[in-house]
Design a protein. Structure first.
Length: 285
């Protein structure tokens, strides 16, 4: 009996010395946080930033839909793009991305809204993949009847950044410029008749390039010089000058936030929205 009690107490003491979780089942170890290497545009130095800090900061820097599922879709897209840049560094050799809003979109470091905090937290660690790699899930504010094809706009084919029939109501902006003002903004010489301008479009009516003589401007540069928010634009010569019609805002590639907002109001989830705008992609496992 004494030997039995001695063995019982020794066994009990040994179990108490083990890590508590091992009495039941092994605890899963948390994955270490992912850090991004960020180039500071002002100093030229690089610094490390946790991925999730970047996601919520980038959300705060952008104008996002009010609908929860559309905001979640934007959070997942931003995380996907950041991981894509971390894997392939398409813009900067020495860093994954930079803090220049004109280059990589920028991000805030404080003052986060409750809506963005919630959307980032609820999607933490989730991103889109294509053939096992993070997807460059770009988005823009709004566009015309179709999104733009990445190859048509930027010259390289991306299988999931293709022309998609959009679902949102088109935001239309019109602007009439006197001929002198139109020429001055685009740098078109007086000896070039405006009737001779060649407006090169893709199938989405996205202005690829404007040509005259031996000169051409990209659609994005035309939109910037004309103070228009998107290269989805057309021009008509009138007695008063040039009447410009612009559809949407942004480059038109990838997910339209306006369309994401509408899809969310119709009851679609964030993953439904992302599957619509990025065909062939899958959630990370």
């Amino acid at each position: 009996m004494k030997n039995y009690l001695l063995c019982f107490f020794m066994l009990t003491a040994g179990m108490l010395l083990l890590p508590r979780a091992s009495l039941y089942f092994p605890m899963e170890e948390e994955e270490p946080p992912i850090f991004l290497t960020v180039l500071d545009a002002e100093s030229g130095e690089t610094f490390s930033l946790p991925l999730e800090d970047y996601v919520i900061g980038a959300m705060e820097k952008r104008t996002l839909p009010a609908e929860e599922e559309a905001r979640k879709a934007a959070a997942i897209a931003l995380r996907s793009c950041a991981l894509y840049c971390r894997a392939f560094r398409p813009v900067h050799e020495e860093a994954d991305l930079c803090n220049d809003p004109a280059c990589c979109g920028g991000f805030e470091r404080e003052g986060f809204s409750e809506e963005n905090i919630s959307a980032a937290a609820e999607t933490a660690g989730r991103y889109l993949t294509y053939q096992g790699n993070p997807a460059a899930a770009r988005f823009h504010q709004s566009c015309g009847k179709y999104t733009a094809d990445h190859q048509a706009v930027y010259g390289t084919a991306v299988p999931y950044l293709v022309r998609i029939k959009n679902v949102e109501e088109n935001a239309v902006q019109t602007l009439t410029l006197a001929e002198e003002d139109f020429r001055a903004r685009l740098g078109i010489p007086e000896q070039i008749p405006l009737e001779d301008l060649f407006w090169e479009y893709d199938r989405s009516l996205y202005l690829l390039r404007l040509h005259w003589g031996n000169t051409s401007l990209s659609g994005a540069e035309c939109a910037a010089r004309l103070s228009l928010p998107s290269p989805f634009l057309s021009a008509v010569l009138t007695e008063d000058g040039v009447e410009l019609t612009c559809y949407g805002s942004g480059d038109g590639v990838g997910m339209s936030l306006g369309g994401a907002s509408l899809l969310a109001r119709e009851g679609n989830t964030a993953w439904d929205i992302l599957a619509f705008y990025f065909p062939g992609t899958e959630p990370n496992s």
